[in-house]
Design a protein around this ligand. Structure first.
Ligand SMILES: [Zn+2]
Length: 278
């Protein structure tokens, strides 16, 4: 039987609004409900950002704490991954939630362009975020917006700055960053295998209409898949996604098509080496 596929749902992000799609969960209560539906549809990692009362991105640890608590209560076993990437330029405030000891946190290890700005990840901030994750027992997910980010993660691992073998996510299709290019994708996969071993788990995410493309590339190539409204709010050109769960179902259908069982939360934790925290 082929390796189970972990489906990560990125429920909210820092950009999508109710104007883009009314189903985007913004309040903590909406986020918990939307994640619960996605969990029932097969997602086993919840990638989370939080918003303030005006719907703007924030790194407020108290909001992250309420969300984490709600997810642990309503989605028992699901891996909670908090984003440290949502507020470029905010400095160490981006890691203020790490003492909450979530299962995972996203970690960007280099800078690149975003649609309208620079996504700033200066070396001293990257080192600090990584060290905080070690201190608090948080497994990082390396967000690779560029090939150099995969090699940087390898260097950090060799230096002992990461808890264990990096779990890398390729992010493709962000305007002004790496497009969804199949040759580059194949080289990313080959690079992960060369640096971290043939069995090293990896994941991929595509933005907008590239979401389903990257889901298919990752699932068919033995990787894990990220979906959700952070990256894409549509099913196709004419239809909005009715929920995060609908996007998870779309990824789960691809798993079935390629003979990959959808990972249970127990399998996801085993693959990633994340025990349930006491
Ligand atoms: Zn995110």
């Amino acid at each position: 039987m082929s390796q189970p596929c972990i489906i990560c749902v990125a429920i909210t992000g820092s950009l999508p609004t109710k104007e883009n799609n009314p189903a985007v969960p913004i309040t903590i209560a909406e986020q918990i409900e939307s994640t619960h539906e996605a969990f029932e549809a097969g997602a086993t990692i919840a990638h989370c950002h939080v918003r303030d009362d005006e719907g703007k991105p924030t790194s407020d640890p108290q909001r992250f704490a309420r969300l984490k608590e709600g997810l642990e209560k309503h989605c028992p076993g699901m891996i909670v991954q908090l984003s440290t990437g949502g507020r470029s330029g905010a400095g160490q405030a981006r890691g203020g939630m790490l003492p909450l000891r979530p299962d995972m946190a996203s970690l960007s290890v280099g800078s690149n362009n975003f649609p309208t700005r620079v996504y700033e990840n200066p070396p001293d901030l990257v080192d600090w975020l990584a060290s905080e994750m070690v201190v608090h027992g948080v497994k990082p997910e390396i967000e690779a917006f560029d090939l150099s980010h995969i090699l940087k993660a390898h260097e950090m691992w060799k230096r002992g700055q990461l808890r264990d073998r990096p779990y890398v996510q390729f992010v493709m299709g962000v305007k002004n960053a790496m497009p969804a290019d199949r040759n580059v994708f194949d080289y990313y996969v080959a690079t992960v295998k060369r640096l971290f071993g043939d069995n090293a788990p990896w994941c991929a995410a595509g933005i907008g209409s590239n979401q389903i493309v990257l889901n298919e590339w990752a699932i068919s190539a033995g990787g894990h898949a990220r979906t959700g409204m952070e990256d894409n709010v549509r099913l196709d050109r004419t239809r909005l996604a009715p929920s995060n769960a609908a996007l998870v179902q779309r990824a789960a259908a691809l798993c079935q098509q390629y003979g990959r069982p959808v990972a249970s939360w127990q399998q996801a934790r085993e693959i990633l080496g994340i025990p349930v925290k006491a």
